[in-house]
Design a protein around this ligand. Structure first.
Ligand SMILES: [Fe+2]
Length: 128
């Protein structure tokens, strides 16, 4: 999980660099034995920062699907908040199940989003 793949490349170097860093951070986070909340929150902050960078870029180049793309980002953040608010039977379950669910969700969302959405603006500069 969380290994960088060629299919994630947008061809826009500063965005690719951020995406690579995001995967490194996620990899470090999942391989941290404690999965502690500070590291997890650092990962979430970086994801939000990456979304902001992407959105600024899309706005600057007047990308036609900008609003829809931004909605995808916002829905992801909301779903993570809902996941965080889910009830677990006890603290032990929370510690085990929450992280498992959260990382699985983050990985599958990022993978799908980068392959199907981020790839769409990869050739935007060729069309403007
Ligand atoms: Fe995106």
């Amino acid at each position: 999980m969380f290994e960088w793949k060629q299919c994630y490349e947008t061809g826009i170097s500063f965005i690719d660099d951020h995406h690579k860093r995001l995967f490194e951070l996620a990899y470090e986070t999942t391989n941290n034995e404690k999965n502690n909340r500070d590291i997890f929150n650092e990962l979430l902050d970086f994801i939000k920062f990456n979304f902001a960078i992407e959105e600024d870029y899309m706005s600057e180049v007047e990308y036609a699907e900008f609003k829809g793309h931004r909605d995808h980002h916002n829905i992801f953040i909301k779903r993570l908040c809902y996941l965080k608010a889910e009830e677990f039977d006890n603290e032990e379950d929370y510690e085990k199940l929450y992280w498992e669910k959260a990382f699985h969700f983050i990985y599958s969302w990022l993978h799908n989003h980068m392959v199907s959405e981020d790839s769409k603006y990869s050739n935007i500069e060729d069309t403007i």
